[in-house]
Write a protein that binds this ligand. Sequence first.
Ligand code: AMP
Length: 144
Amino acid sequence: MAERTTYDSNNIFAKILRGEIPSHRVYEDDAVVAFMDVMPQGPGHTLVVPKAPSRNLLDADPAVFGPLFANVQKLARAVKKAFDADGVTVMQFNEPASGQTVFHLHVHIIPRFEGIPLKPHSGQMEKPEVLAENAGKIRKALGS
Ligand code: AMP
């Protein structure tokens, strides 16, 4: 199935990376952009997206993973601090059967609290003002 192995440069994260559609950005460097998930599975749900194009982990250049996961660690520490979380869930999906819905490699970072389950994946849209406030908290934690 060709459509399942081809990178589509018009996917929504590629458009966010190019600045064609808005996002609540918390971090950017040469390798990645991090921004708030618009349908968070919990407060502070953040996505870390490598700038290099690939559908997911399966077709990515292995050179992407060093800078990507160094940034995942940096963002995971920052979201834990920003939301005073008990833990952090890090998730990454590959192809529709796994739950992937946006076909540009990305890693989910979700603050976790004892006894509180995750909300559904790609569930309800969060209010822009809440996303903006949460992004501010993470930027502050990154800077401190
Ligand atoms: P996945 O299922 O791993 O491909 O996750 C894609 C994630 O992107 C989901 O958690 C969606 O809520 C999220 N998402 C979809 N569109 C946007 C967008 N425009 N900005 C931020 N997050 C998005």
